[in-house]
Design a protein around this ligand. Structure first.
Ligand code: ADP
Ligand code: MG
Length: 325
């Protein structure tokens, strides 16, 4: 079978299956935003790795080296925070063009250091090689630390939980589409794509809240990401499409270009906010207590179906979010 038919998650399942008999007590491996490795009875490390490949995850002439450095760490820190953990360490592996300049690398490291310094994340190692004729690749591993009782996983959604996000959706993928179509992208929109802010403080805070069930970061788009929560929690979901929060810029651009808003808010990806499920009786008090904005976008249901309902109670069909194959 070709990988394009097997799909990204089919391949991951194939890899996971090969290792299914190797179990280490207390260690949680493939499946969540991070792996969990116990430190002692009360605390754990969480570990994640994400790759950014030129041409696929970034366009070298459309992102500054500083932004690329920042983003490479940000997408990993986002996974750490989504587990309720505090980011502590990172490793950086670079496969760069021989023709790249030391000034380019200096700016890249400056951007990477900026985010590291913001959260006191120590760079403890990595690897460096030349990309030869291939594409530039950046691979980052991030390690966080968390009290075991505060770990949030994808498998903890319960029927009747409210599904919520803490960011506006779609701006990042809108900026990408505009770039690819040669349109001028306003700087605020561009920044959402090129230098996303990981929800570190937010993730750690939600981690301490018992009313939060499942949590993950939004990297592939709500339509894909909610499926991970449903599959691992053994439930379904109804998403109210009229409740998906989006910026005025996105609404306006979609009207002008006759683009489908849901292609960005539901299937766009790279939002790097948090997607979570919250006990419905506690939702209002959590919303009041939260220092950011919590947007309810749906409800967890029994069964396994994910459906999308608009303001007229009609079902909306929606394509899945980002899949690498
Ligand atoms: P995220 O979008 O949060 O980074 P992914 O969708 O990339 O998560 O990955 C889903 C899960 O599969 C994670 O637990 C990740 O560690 C695991 N995974 C992805 N690719 C591989 C691989 N090549 N080998 C082992 N595990 C993998
Ligand atoms: Mg993730």
């Amino acid at each position: 079978m070709y990988l394009k038919d097997l799909g990204e998650f089919g391949l991951i399942d194939q890899i996971k299956d090969r290792f299914k008999n190797m179990v280490v007590a207390g260690v949680e491996g493939i499946g969540d935003d991070c792996a969990v490795i116990p430190i002692d009875n009360t605390r754990s490390y969480v570990v994640t790795t994400d790759m950014l490949v030129e041409g696929k995850h970034f366009l070298l002439d459309k992102i500054s080296p500083g932004e690329l450095g920042y983003k490479s760490l940000a997408v990993n820190i986002s996974d750490v925070a989504s587990m309720g953990a505090t980011p502590r360490f990172s490793l950086l592996s670079l496969s760069v063009h021989k023709e790249s300049t030391s000034e380019w690398c200096e700016e890249f490291i400056k951007g990477y250091h900026k985010l590291s310094a913001e959260h006191n994340i120590l760079l403890i190692g990595g690897d460096t090689t030349a990309a030869d004729s291939g594409h530039m690749t950046i691979s980052v591993t991030a390690i966080g630390e968390v009290e075991n009782i505060n770990i949030k996983r994808r498998n903890a959604a319960k029927v009747d939980d409210i599904i919520a996000v803490n960011t506006l959706l779609g701006d990042s993928s809108l900026a990408l589409r505009m770039m690819l179509e040669g349109l001028t992208v306003e700087p605020s929109l561009m920044a959402k794509h090129n230098a996303p802010s990981p929800c570190v403080k937010d993730g750690i805070w939600f981690g301490t809240k018992e009313s939060v069930g499942a949590m993950m970061d939004i990297s592939d788009g709500i339509s894909s990401d909610i499926r991970h929560i449903c599959n691992l929690s053994g439930c379904g979901a109804t998403i109210f499409t009229h409740a998906l929060p989006s910026s005025d810029a996105l609404k306006q651009r979609c009207r002008e270009m006759n683009w489908n808003e849901y292609d960005f808010t539901l299937s766009g990806g790279e939002d790097y906010g948090l997607l979570m499920t919250i006990n419905s009786s506690k939702f209002e008090s959590l919303k009041r207590e939260y220092f950011g904005t919590l947007y309810p976008i749906g409800v967890i249901t029994s069964g396994c179906e994910v459906q999308y309902i608009n303001s007229e109670c009609k079902t909306v069909t929606q394509k899945l979010g980002f899949n690498h194959f």
